[in-house]
Design a protein around this ligand. Structure first.
Ligand SMILES: [Ca+2]
Length: 654
């Protein structure tokens, strides 16, 4: 097992990269991803194991006994994934399948891109390249097949108009991804594009159900360039004209009168059409409404495909694949309320990167998805940042141990990389498909427990503090009963903004959203406003490395101070989070000052924070309008490697 501080460093390094480059590709999951699997319901061994132990849950709970249903595991599969972005010969395909079968994989995931099947003329499908592949896997090799149906289109599309696609906030077409950089995403707000996608998906399911129903593990629709069932997180989507118009409809439907909406936004619009669309990471009231809207459109797409598939065969398995459901990019992915998205799903894939906190991720998935849903993990290609054979073995072992039915490898060719890692695949196969299968973790345990609110996750912008709490509970890889509270997807927003958050409220203007970016000289007790450095997208303080960027702070000979000016009298809950990114730092000192007076115990109000530690504070502060609360960091002995992830959530009590 990995040492705790190494985990945390990896997490926060990823977080910082995300914060520093909020609009760029997700560094945790930069590659194609997708699905796998499906299982038969023959052997529900975990169901038998778990019923005995429910008595302990009854004893410990005073109110109603909490009885958790065991996770549906079924028969496990280890799947080799094959892409068909570009044509290959049947012989090439067969050689790959033969090699994977020789290693011991017991299923193959075959990729069917819509843009290759319905390429030139609307309504004309040509499956001829894919039929022999599936026939070979099932009939010749006797393996199970998983069918991944890729619904991306192309920037030179001949079937779907470019006006039916997604765009970013600057009006750029949602275009890119691997192969030739020409892949695009249809807008979930385009009725014609969604209908065409559903028609194609149905045709594919019908075709392969008719011939191979009992050998198809599941069908998996993917929408994004990363082959995931979500918005593409390499940018912010969907800001097309179609989405904008539907969002105004959504707001009109909810608020009827623009003044009712003005009341919750604190704005003075005279028409719904004036509203500026927020960022996908905004967490104020408008940000939450935008999140809800994007969630609703994604769910409508997912549900339409599920309904179409189940009409063909209700016994067939419907799978979804998410890059992540709790990381910083999950706001842009639109996957925070994943349980609601997966309402009609039988299988859910999560694509953890090699550095992901797999135990947390899997326990979080167990806490998110209904027990009948089968869980799955995908191991991404060989040259991922930080990837080693040991890390992949760890991911695979954690996946099966913590209740996954399916595991796959994706973006691997049969080459030297594959051979170098082959011992990992073989070890997983020997362990989980041999005579003595290890015991899986008991996911019906109710203690230790933690609850995570999705609104809180949205406001924090990243799960760092939750992960810290998790590893404090999960001492020796113990299962933690995580309850994910969806107070986001269907929430009625009828109160004015009563909270303020950094980094979501980060701005390039001093004072905007009541946030100020300052240098602080402790001995003189002096605050000085920083200046905006557009080139580096950060605030520059009085010393070279006294800096504040979106989601991070850096101290130098002057301290860095993130200052909030109270907009009204009252009592606020002030929740700062700090963690140092690098393990090479000698630490930092932090303080919280109210009008310059320290609120924390420590020398002059400063407390030492070391690498691997997290300051996750909750302060109750009585304020008058105009009071300034400063989160200050000092370099401690020196400023080397002192870059620090930072967030603050402020909420007034009623
Ligand atoms: Ca230091």
């Amino acid at each position: 097992m990995k040492p705790y501080h190494v985990r945390m460093i990896c997490v926060f390094l990823c977080m910082l990269m995300l914060c520093m480059a909020a609009c760029q590709a997700d560094p945790v999951q930069p590659q194609e991803e997708q699905s796998t699997q499906a299982a038969t319901t023959e052997e529900l061994t975990s169901a038998e194991q778990t019923t005995e132990e429910l008595t302990s849950a009854e004893q410990t709970t005073e109110e109603e006994p909490v009885v958790k249903e065991p996770r549906n595991v079924g028969q496990r599969y280890f799947i080799y994934r094959i892409w068909n972005f570009t044509p290959m010969t049947q012989a090439q395909f067969e050689a790959i399948v033969d090699a994977a079968a020789q290693t011991g994989f017991n299923a193959i995931k075959v990729h069917i891109p819509w843009s290759r099947v319905e390429a030139k003329t609307a309504g004309e499908y040509d499956f001829s390249a894919f039929d022999p592949m599936i026939e070979y896997v099932v009939k010749t090799k006797g393996l199970k097949v998983a069918i991944s149906i890729d619904l991306t289109r192309r920037a030179d599309d001949k079937v779907i108009g470019l006006d039916q696609m997604m765009y970013d906030p600057n009006g750029n077409l949602c275009k890119g991804g691997s192969i030739d950089g020409m892949r695009t995403m249809i807008s979930f707000c385009s009725e014609s594009a969604v209908n065409a996608a559903v028609a194609f998906y149905s045709a594919a399911v019908e075709r392969y159900e008719a011939k191979y129903a009992s050998d198809v593990l599941f069908y998996l629709p993917a929408f994004s360039q990363y082959a995931e069932s979500e918005y593409w997180c390499a940018g912010e989507y969907d800001y097309s004209d179609l989405a904008r118009a539907r969002f105004y409809d959504f707001l009109i439907d909810k608020y009827k009168d623009i003044n009712a909406l003005n009341a919750v936004l604190g704005t003075d619009y005279t028409a719904f059409g004036q509203i500026e669309l927020p960022s996908t990471t905004a967490s104020d009231n408008l940000g939450q409404l935008w999140y809800q809207f994007r969630h609703q459109k994604l769910k409508q797409m997912i549900d339409a495909l599920a309904v179409a598939q189940k009409q063909i065969n209700p016994e067939s398995k419907y799978a979804l694949q998410f890059g992540a459901i709790h990381d910083a990019a999950s706001l842009s992915r639109g996957t925070l309320a994943a349980a609601d998205l997966a309402e009609l799903a039988d299988v859910v894939w999560i694509d953890d990167g090699p550095n992901t906190e797999h135990e947390f991720s899997l326990d979080y998935s167990n806490g998110t998805f209904a027990p009948h849903i089968m869980l799955a993990q995908e191991i991404d290609g060989p040259r991922q940042t930080g990837a080693t054979p040991e890390k992949y073995l760890d991911q695979g072992m954690d996946a099966y141990t913590r209740g996954c039915t399916y595991l796959s490898i994706a973006n691997w060719s049969i080459d030297q990389d594959y051979r170098n890692y082959e011992w990992v695949w073989k070890q997983l196969i020997d362990t989980w498909f041999g005579d003595h299968v290890p015991e899986v973790i008991d996911t019906t345990r109710t203690e230790p427990a933690m609850e995570i609110s999705l609104t809180d996750l949205l406001r924090k912008g990243n799960p760092g503090a939750f992960i810290t709490s998790y590893y404090a509970l999960a001492k020796d890889g113990e299962f933690v009963n995580i309850t994910v509270k969806d107070d986001l997807s269907d929430k009625v927003i009828d109160q004015p903004n009563s909270f303020y958050a950094f980094p979501s409220g980060f701005s390039t203007e001093q004072g905007k959203g009541n946030w100020y970016y300052m240098s602080y000289h402790q001995k003189r007790g002096q605050f000085t406003e920083m200046t905006w450095d557009a080139q580096n997208a950060r605030w520059q303080g009085k010393a070279a490395f006294t800096l504040i960027a979106k989601g991070s702070m850096h101290p130098d000979s002057y301290d860095a101070a993130l200052v909030f000016e109270a907009p009204m009298d009252g009592v606020m809950q002030y929740k700062p989070t700090l963690s140092i990114v690098s393990d090479q730092s000698d630490g930092i000192m932090y303080a919280v000052l109210k009008n310059g007076e320290p609120l924390l115990d420590g020398k002059d109000g400063y407390v030492l924070l070391l690498p691997g530690e997290v300051y996750d504070g909750v302060l109750e502060i009585e304020v008058k309008k105009g009071d300034c609360i400063a989160l200050v960091i000092n370099m401690h002995k020196n400023n080397a490697f002192d870059s620090t992830s930072a967030s603050v959530i402020i909420e007034y009590y009623e």
